[in-house]
Design a binder for this molecule. Structure first.
Ligand SMILES: C[S@@+](CC[C@H](N)C(=O)[O-])C[C@H]1O[C@@H](n2cnc3c(N)ncnc32)[C@H](O)[C@@H]1O
Length: 323
């Protein structure tokens, strides 16, 4: 800048003062922030017990996550493989003829739930037969039952028993001695009575289990079908613990990814080697966010082959492992 272009001296001084004040201020702020930060960290590290410190450090490190390494990606299947559940499975699977007695003993105090069913106070609330299902009469049932000739079938998600009773018909036709366990909490889903108003409710307790049992009685199938009226998770865990395995397992309960994923993983642990696990709703509007995603991921991780039969997915463990 030329001499004559410079501002007057008093203005130059003023600008210089301004600059040094700004500098001072910036330095001071940085200094204050630094002091505050060190103080906070010091305080935090002193005042938290070691475990919380670790957690805090973990949280701080999570604020700036390192980019995933190739190792992490390569290791992903192993990490997901750890489907860790609390129950330990029995090392000695029960023979098929002990499956029903075991359920009667452990779930029903040794007494058949069909004894004196229906009790007089419920008779007027139940229909002689009330069935409704979804894809419950598909050819897949006969295809698979013919292929496996199951001694034990476990159905996860039964509702009024349409598919379970269809399987009874198929096994009868094939002269098989098959026992079917129906694992369902028999609560339906929130709001299901909007479409099933005729399924009565007494003091908030919907009579789904009772109407299912009435259907079983109607089809004269009490000797081959037993309800297990609990949640899928706890039921499948207990089956595993008690050594209950099945030749054929149908998954047809919750159709969101998390439900299907949990059910498939848990049920697979109680599938007899060479058995078949299958389920409904592989092709739905949920597309790759529900059942299909869970099935595909499971098959991929376990190197299993998926077949489809209409709307059903099928994993036959007797087939050579291949994708
Ligand atoms: C689509 S229905 C089953 C239909 C049956 N398979 C048929 O074809 O007739 C789904 C069933 O899963 C049951 N369910 C849903 N969530 C459940 C859970 N967490 N535990 C146990 N059962 C459940 C419901 O009570 C319902 O009866």
């Amino acid at each position: 800048m030329k001499e004559d272009q410079r501002p007057p001296l008093h203005l130059q001084n003023h600008q210089r003062n301004k600059l040094s004040i700004t500098k001072l201020f910036t330095h001071t702020s940085a200094y204050v922030i630094l002091v505050l930060l060190s103080y906070t960290l010091g305080y935090v590290s002193h005042s938290y017990p070691p475990q919380q410190q670790q957690r805090l450090q973990l949280q701080l490190s999570q604020l700036t996550p390192p980019p995933p390494s190739v190792f992490q990606f390569a290791n992903l299947p192993t990490q997901l493989d750890n489907f860790r559940v609390t129950a330990h499975c029995s090392n000695s699977p029960l023979p098929p003829n002990l499956v029903f007695p075991t359920i009667l003993d452990r779930v029903f105090n040794g007494c058949s739930p069909y004894t004196n069913f229906p009790p007089p106070h419920l008779r007027s609330f139940l229909k002689q037969k009330r069935i409704k299902g979804w894809g419950s009469y598909g050819a897949v049932f006969e295809h698979l039952i013919k292929r496996v000739k199951p001694r034990v079938i476990i159905e996860v998600g039964t509702f009024l028993g349409a598919s379970a009773l269809h399987m009874v018909n198929v096994t009868r036709k094939l002269s098989l001695q098959t026992q079917i366990l129906c694992l369902d909490d028999f609560r339906g889903w929130p709001g299901f009575r909007d479409r099933f108003k005729d399924i009565k409710m007494i003091n908030g307790d919907v009579l789904l289990l009772q109407q299912f049992m009435q259907n079983v009685v109607y089809f004269n199938a009490t000797g081959s079908v037993l309800p297990v009226p609990f949640s899928r998770g706890s039921g499948l865990e207990k089956f595993c613990k008690w050594g209950i395995t099945a030749d054929l397992i149908e998954i047809d309960a919750g159709h969101d990814f998390i439900s299907a994923w949990g059910d498939i993983n848990r049920a697979f642990r109680i599938l007899r080697p060479g058995g078949i696990i299958f389920g409904h709703d592989y092709f739905t509007a949920a597309d790759n966010r529900g059942v299909r995603r869970a099935v595909n991921l499971f098959a991929q991780m376990n190197n299993l082959r998926i077949q489809t039969d209409d709307q059903h997915w099928v994993i036959d463990t007797a087939l050579a492992k291949q994708i």
